[in-house]
Design a protein. Sequence first.
Lengths: 231, 117
Amino acid sequence: MHQSTDTAIGLNLLHANQAGADHNRAHFDEWGITCLNVMSSPGAGKTALLEKTLAALSPTLRIAVIEGDMTTELDADRLRQYGVPVIAINTGRSCHLDSRMVAGGIHTLAHEHNPAELDLVVVENVGNLVCPAEFEVGEHAKVALLSVTEGEDKPLKYPVMFREADVLLITKIDLAPYLDVNLAHIEANARQVNPHVTIIPVSAKTGEGLDVWYQWVTSTVRQPLPIAAVH
Amino acid sequence: MTKALILTVRGWWESQPEQPPVAKVFLTVGQFTCVEPAGLQFAFEVQTQGTFLDGAELVIQETPLIAFCHPCQAEYRPEIGLRYGCPTCQGPMEDIRSGRELKIERVEYANTPASVP
């Protein structure tokens, strides 16, 4: 006898990941930590931005980094020079971090350091403009980077990433004069998909715009956490 | 994404009082997500081999991207990859009414005795 039965589930496809992300965020909240999820395509300048940020802010903010790198510890080694805890998560061939991988990073962090003494955890995601946009890891805010060398049309081609971002850093602006790129067009394209995103043009090389970014980070860390984030 | 889907279905399935074999999994996937239905279908078939979902069919219903323009008080269909703003007033894409769905709607059990090797 072949009798089929239907059963409603009504769960988000990412339910398992979301539950893990909420759990991670609850840990951060308990420790009074703000968590930023930093995402971009490969080579947009995430690590360079973090190097500058650690140098500028680690004297006043207690920062740790959870570093997602596909196979190496190259990025983590660059960041360790700044004397902050850097937990490297080797993501293997995975094209994004998920909440389970970051949970592993959090456990290592809690084991090797005192998390209650931290203000900020920066998660550097795997370079990819597609999948990381859908996988929350427990962050309080999403930071997207887009370098001027990638072209003005990227917010239109990878809209979910730019829709989800709380802040968009347009990086490598020192190169803009040498390219056929118009910052106003990048901003306009980003605002088409996300009218309320905070946009900060920066150059990690010349330092232009970085003070605005540091101010954003500092004010985000100092802000009381939204009720919705507390579980 | 396929792994995330399988994890969620497994979590749900294992929490059920009984675990009969699953014949079909029905999804709703919006156009404004990072999921490509054909790719998901293929990866699901491969990644479920030898698991409790081996042989289960993935049925995907796509939903279009529909935005709502407040100044015009009207819905519109953004042109994905080209233009997301309102075609009438050029305002940005403020509210998304449809297209962000990533939902496991239901499963269909094969209500026959399990013959899992």
